[in-house]
Structures are given as structure tokens and as C-alpha cells.
Design a protein around this ligand. Structure first.
Ligand SMILES: Cc1cc2nc3c(=O)[nH]c(=O)nc-3n(C[C@H](O)[C@H](O)[C@H](O)COP(=O)(O)OP(=O)(O)OC[C@H]3O[C@@H](n4cnc5c(N)ncnc54)[C@H](O)[C@@H]3O)c2cc1C
Length: 309
């Protein structure tokens, strides 16, 4: 991991920087490249625009670490409200939740109740996605995911290709016919836990992606979604999917709002399933700094914003 990336990931956890960052207009201008705004209405408006380009949306609300059960309840109610908006507006949209927001640190059973309530409210032909957080949460997240999946088929999980363990996790999940969003992984992890070299992460991603496509072909995987902006990797996986005889719409790529927009549109116009994850909420600091860490060149974009009007 590069020193700069490591420093940025450490900064993403810094409370003092978090409080300062929101006061600087140039930081807010940079953040606006990655999120359409802080409110749900901003996110819904962005989804309408994406829809016009045949791009689907996944909403995620950026929130603080919750301190008690009533906050987890509030987050749950917020997402139930989002599902209602999606239904009323007839949007082609889904949601993605973080289990720590639903009370995982307080009680796995309470967290399960919240997740269950959300999945029950979601349309049966849509997926409620569960984010994967730092490695100390992986076991608990997978346990709850399995419980939820046994009760409802319309729930999906994010797996991280940078973790050594993910190959085994995928193999253990496949008998349950999961829906999977594969990402590279966004947290600061030691080399015993995650591949330190980008090249190894990329190769592991391709290999896991290959296994997901094979499982999908054999009906052992619900949705196989590739959560990446890595155009070379997307092309390799798209070629594989085409060789395996997949219809274009069964090749699914999910990207973050504001990143690789041209590629999002290209995939949609070719008939692939192109989905954008739209984040909103006022607790954007750690999430935003992880975006900087993914591409430190974004720092220059922020520096340019210091001088922008
Ligand atoms: C839909 C979605 C959901 C995600 N959910 C999770 C999750 O639950 N848990 C988790 O740990 N991680 C999650 N991530 C983040 C993921 O782990 C990576 O950190 C992130 O996607 C960057 O990796 P990459 O695959 O795009 O590849 P990279 O090799 O990092 O990037 C490939 C190319 O994409 C572009 N790019 C990538 N990131 C940026 C950026 N921030 N700004 C500008 N350009 C960029 C650059 O051109 C870069 O060269 C999610 C990502 C997506 C797209």
C-alpha cells in the first residue's frame, strides 16, 4: 500500500479533521463531485437523471457510528422511507446498508431484526445490498447475511477481493444462491489479512469474478455484480461473460456516483446492466477520504478547488 494511501486511510478515521473539513468550501466543492448532495431529495433527483440514461441506482445513506438502539431504529426507519419513495416514484433503484448503522455493534439480533424489516419492505424483484466494512466485521456480517438470505432471497452481500479469505467465503456462500457485489476493498488492512500489492488484488478480483460468473451460469448465484471502475478488469470480465454466452443485460457493473461516468454510460448504451451507487447524508467525511485514498490524484482536484470561485 502506498504511503499516501495509508496516510489518507488513517486520516479518514480522524475526528478532528472530520470536524474541520466541513467548514472549508473547497472541500465541499470536491465532495460534490462524488455525491449529488446531502439530502435524500438530492439523491432521488440524481436517480431520475441516471434513469434517463438507462442507468439504475443504489442509494446509501452516509451516517455516523450509532451509539444506541434508538439511532439504529432511526436509520432503519429512514431506509423504510427510502423504499417507499422508490416505490412511489417508480424508480429502478435499490438500497445498500451498513450493518454497523443497523446496530451490529450493539447486538447482532437487533441488527438482524432491522435488516429483516428492511428486506421485507423491499420489492421482491429488487435486492437490498449489504456493504462490507473493515475486516473485523466480516464474520459477523457474513453470519447475518446468511440468516437474512435463508429468510429472503432478495438480499445481496458485498465481498472484498483484497482479503485473502474471500475465496473461501465465496465458496461457502454459493450453496445458498447469494447475490454478490464484488469490490476490491476500501479499508486499511494489514498484509496478513489483505493482499498488499494492487496487482494481486486485481488478479484475485478476476478469479473471484470468474467463479461468480460460472456460478451464475449454473444458477448458483442470484445477481453477480462487479463493483469496480477498473475498465481493463471490466473488459476482461465482459469478454468472459460473452464467451460463456451471457446476455448483455446479465453482465452487471456497479460504480460510484461521479466516477468513470463515460464508462457507466457506455455500458448502459451497450445493453449491460449499469448501476450507480449514490451516497448522500451529512456524515460524508470518512467516506470521502476513502475516495481520495483510492485515487490520490483526486487530491489535485481538491487543490484546484481551493482556487475555484
Ligand atoms: C458500487 C460500489 C460499492 C462499493 N461497496 C464497498 C463496500 O461495501 N466495502 C468496501 O470495502 N468497498 C466498497 N467499494 C469501494 C471499493 O472497495 C474500491 O475501494 C473502489 O471501488 C476503488 O476500486 P476500483 O475497483 O474502482 O479499482 P481501482 O484500481 O482503485 O481503480 C480503477 C480506476 O478507476 C478510477 N477510480 C477508482 N477510484 C476512484 C476515485 N475514488 N476517484 C476517481 N477515480 C477513481 C481510476 O481511474 C482508477 O484508475 C464499493 C465500490 C463500488 C463501485
Amino acid at each position: 500500500m502506498s504511503l499516501l494511501r495509508s496516510m489518507l486511510l488513517a486520516a479518514s478515521q480522524n475526528q478532528w479533521l472530520r470536524h474541520r473539513a466541513a467548514h472549508y468550501p473547497f472541500v465541499r466543492r470536491t465532495v460534490s463531485r462524488f455525491m449529488p448532495g446531502e439530502t435524500l431529495d438530492d439523491a432521488l433527483d440524481a436517480a431520475q437523471i441516471l434513469r434517463g440514461k438507462k442507468i439504475g441506482t443504489v442509494f446509501t445513506h452516509l451516517g455516523e457510528n450509532i451509539k444506541d438502539g434508538s439511532e439504529a431504529q432511526q436509520v432503519t426507519e429512514h431506509y423504510l422511507g427510502v423504499l417507499e419513495h422508490i416505490r412511489k416514484k417508480g424508480l429502478q433503484a435499490e438500497i445498500s446498508v451498513k450493518l454497523t448503522q443497523l446496530g451490529l455493534d450493539l447486538s447482532p439480533d437487533l441488527c438482524f431484526e432491522h435488516l429483516n424489516a428492511i428486506v421485507e419492505r423491499a420489492r421482491k424483484d429488487s435486492i437490498v445490498w449489504v456493504d462490507m466494512e473493515a475486516s473485523n466485521y466480516v464474520d459477523a456480517t457474513l453470519d447475518l447475511y446468511r440468516r437474512a438470505l435463508m429468510a429472503h432471497p432478495n438480499v445481496g452481500i458485498c465481498l472484498q477481493a483484497y482479503l485473502h479469505r474471500t475465496k473461501d467465503d465465496l465458496a461457502k456462500l454459493l450453496p445458498l444462491r447469494p447475490s454478490i457485489r464484488l469490490v476490491k476493498g476500501a479499508y486499511k488492512e494489514p498484509p496478513e489479512i489483505a493482499f498488499p500489492r494492487k496487482q494481486d488484488v486485481d488478479e484475485n478480483y478476476f478469479e473471484l469474478g470468474r467463479q461468480m460468473l460460472r456460478a451464475k451460469k449454473e444458477n448458483r448465484c442470484g445477481r453477480a455484480a462487479f463493483g469496480t471502475h477498473d475498465v481493463a478488469l471490466i473488459r476482461r470480465l465482459a469478454d468472459l461473460a460473452s464467451t460463456e454466452g451471457f446476455a448483455k443485460r446479465d453482465f452487471e457493473v456497479q460504480m460510484l456516483y461521479g466516477i468513470q461516468r463515460a464508462e457507466q454510460e457506455r455500458l448502459a448504451s451497450e445493453g449491460c446492466t449499469s448501476i450507480v451507487l449514490v451516497s448522500y447524508g451529512d456524515y460524508w467525511y470518512p467516506w470521502f477520504v476513502r475516495r481520495l485514498a483510492e485515487r490520490p490524484a483526486n487530491l489535485w482536484f481538491m487543490v484546484r478547488n481551493v482556487f475555484a470561485a
